[in-house]
Design a protein around this ligand. Sequence first.
Ligand code: AMP
Length: 284
Amino acid sequence: MEIARTVDDVRTAVRGPRSRGKNISLVPTMGALHVGHLSLLEAARKTGGFSVVSIYVNPTQFAPSEDYQQYPRSFDPDCDACRNMGVDLVFAPSDTEIYPPGDQTRVRPGPLADGLCGPFRTGHFEGVCTIVAKLFNIVGPDIAFFGQKDAQQAVIIQRMVEDLRLPVRVEVRPTVREPDGLAMSSRNVRLSPDERKQALTLYGALCAAQDRLQSGERSIGRTVAAMRTVIAAYPEIKVDYLSIVDPATLQSVSEPAGKMLIAGAIRIGQTRLIDNIIVEVERS
Ligand code: AMP
């Protein structure tokens, strides 16, 4: 497995496999790899092409008040994991490689970024679109893998690919969970044992909403209230949002029908956690 630090090195590394007709796949990550990431690496490996994993904690997707400095970093174990998963190339650039001196250009998403996490993370999705567009431009992947765990991110990236006419196929893979249901996240390592228990209420709330809707509940308001009741078991948890939206437009739904994305974000101490599930009910 090769480790590339520069744009030139990546372009050189992918040239050979591409000229031999191999597909290039890309899994963008911020490192601190867990089993959720590994499921994306596995999907990339299964394409049979040349697989690239980027490991880069992107500063522009963190607001000044956020945890950029505290974000977990574990480069050597991450490289071992990539090697074990059969990854061909790790791209681990410096900040100046990604944001060259004088850098000022950004990719700004549209209204898909206005709801859910948008109001709580100013500039986050602009930072995400910018780094993903840069990575696509540097690596030139045929296919890129993202996780459903970051549902809003996945929808925004798919829109960006369409809007900018980027020649890449985006594939979104299911959320990988701990045995008790907690969505795997790099930030979970920062939870104390007590906070870890509290964290599980987010998935509990999503499941409560799913159960209600699948049992014929006709009120979105009552369903959201039921989610809040689950979280209220721990008054120290701060809810950013608990929402039920259309999975494609991310607009709130007024009544249960078809596919719906049940999504939430909570803060436990210094840690912000997100999760979502998709539920489908028959249209009446
Ligand atoms: P991150 O390193 O957190 O930026 O995540 C890199 C990629 O891994 C993103 O596409 C995430 O959606 C995906 N991902 C993160 N956690 C999970 C998970 N639990 N299951 C599946 N994919 C995940």
